[in-house]
Each structure stands twice: as C-alpha cells, then as structure tokens.
Design a protein around this ligand. Structure first.
Ligand SMILES: [Zn+2]
Length: 265
C-alpha cells in the first residue's frame, strides 16, 4: 500500500518533468529539458517552486498564471495525473521490482508521445529512439514474455539473449510492417499517410513488449484512430486529405491499455 502511494507521488513528479519535455523537445530552439527554469508560456515570468507543485498548484491557481492570469494548458494536470495513476497501477500489480521500472518507463513514454503528437504533430526521437534503446537494454535484464523468436533460436542461448532477441525481433518486424502499410497506403491514395515518427514509435513498443504487444498496440491504435478520426472529420466537416490524425496519440493510448492488460496477467 505504501509502495503504491509512493509510486503515485513519484508519478506526479515524473509527470511534471514530462510536461517540460513535452513543451521543449518538439521545438527547434531551447531543447534542453534542464535549463533554464520553467517560465509562463505567455508572459515569460519565471514560475516559483510553490507555483510548480504537480496538480496542487494548478488547482490553487485556478489553472491560471499568477502573473498574467492566462490559462495554463489543461495538458499539464492531465499528464501529471495520468503518470501518477499509471505508476500506481504498475506498482500495485508488480510491486517495487525491475519489471515495474520497465513498465513505468514505458507508460511515461506513451503519455509523453500521446501529448506531443496531439499538440505539435511530432514524436520526438528522444522518446522513440531513446525509448527503443532503453527497451532493448532492459530486455536483456528483464525477461520478455511470450518468446516468438525462441522457437527459431536454440534454447541454449540463455534467457537474456533470447529476451533481447525477442525485443529486437519485435522492434524490427512491427516497425517494418507499419512502414510497409504506410508505404502501400500512400502509393494507393497518393498521400503521405504515415510519418516516420510512427514507425520509430512502434519499434520502441516492440522492444518493450515484443512482437505480440507491438501488434496489439498497432491494431488497437489503428482501430481507435480510424473510428474516432472519421467521426471527428464528419462531425467537424474537415477535409480528410488535409486533416492530421495524431496516429501517435492513438498508439500511445492503445499502448497504455495493452500495458495494463499485460501486467494483470
Ligand atoms: Zn504568465
């Protein structure tokens, strides 16, 4: 119980840091996520530590900057709350363990990518390729479930090598499949349907969840994205050719759902 509460608090802090990343990484200048100190996005006034407490400050300030009274984007408390909730769920099921670290990190990456694609139509390499590297390294220390690749490789290689191979295999096959779908769709319709960021993102998912998890994320994300995207385009009377559907955001939300199903097993 105490672990779950600590995970919740850690999630609030990490979520607050994710908000800095979500704001700064998609921009071309000032991409450091450490310096300078946080400022109001409108009036540039520095934000004091007591106005920077996750969730609490947003509530106390009524969602407005103390200086200029402009609205603080609702994304800030949503990201903090979501990170806290997913960290708590992961630790509640897995305890304070290495697998909990792995799934917690994956949840944080999913939340960040969901936000950057939705807001800026960008999936930063720090999260996709950085996450891919982290997923491959973690696979070596934390065994993957559901070896597909181990049916092809000799069992004598040992669990670490097999787990790493599964992660590499999942990353390569899932991203290759998504790239091919995007390429063929683009050829058929004569549009650039899929950004390469989505391909890098699904490679990251494959490294963390193996091929099965990556395919589940892709299928759930595509279904949700198509259905909600089509409804939105109809209702808002947008032109589907020029309208950007944040596929990465749908992949991120789908991935969070898949993670919860995975850790409950
Ligand atoms: Zn301000």
């Amino acid at each position: 119980m105490i672990e779950t509460i600590l995970a919740l608090l850690a999630g609030l802090l990490i979520g607050s840091f994710l908000n800095v990343c979500i704001y700064r990484l998609p921009r071309l200048t000032n991409r450091s996520v450490v310096r300078p100190r946080s400022r109001c996005w409108r009036c540039r006034a520095p934000i004091a530590w007591y106005d920077n407490i996750p969730l609490l400050s947003y509530a106390l300030l009524g969602g407005r900057c103390r200086q200029c009274r402009r609205r603080i984007p609702i994304r800030y408390p949503i990201v903090e709350l979501a990170t806290a909730v997913f960290f708590a769920v992961v630790v509640a099921y897995l305890g304070v363990t290495l697998p909990a670290l792995k799934f917690g990190l994956l949840c944080a990456i999913f939340i960040a990518l969901t936000a950057t694609d939705f807001e800026r139509h960008i999936l930063p390499d720090e999260f996709t390729l950085g996450g891919l590297a982290a997923g491959l390294i973690l696979a070596f220390f934390i065994p993957n479930e559901g070896y597909l690749i181990s049916m092809l490789l000799p069992y004598s290689l040992g669990p670490r090598v097999l787990s790493f191979s599964e992660a590499l295999f999942g990353a390569a096959v899932a991203s290759g499949a998504l790239w091919l779908i995007g390429y063929l769709y683009g050829k058929l319709r004569g549009v650039d349907a899929l950004g390469f960021g989505d391909v890098k993102m699904i490679a990251m998912v494959g490294a963390f969840l193996g091929l099965r998890g990556a395919l589940e994320t892709m299928i759930l994300g595509s279904l949700a994205g198509s259905i909600i995207g089509l409804i939105y385009i109809r209702v808002a009377r947008k032109d589907w050719r020029s309208f950007y559907i944040p596929f990465g955001s749908f992949l991120g939300i789908a991935g969070l759902v898949i993670v919860v199903f995975r850790i409950r097993q």
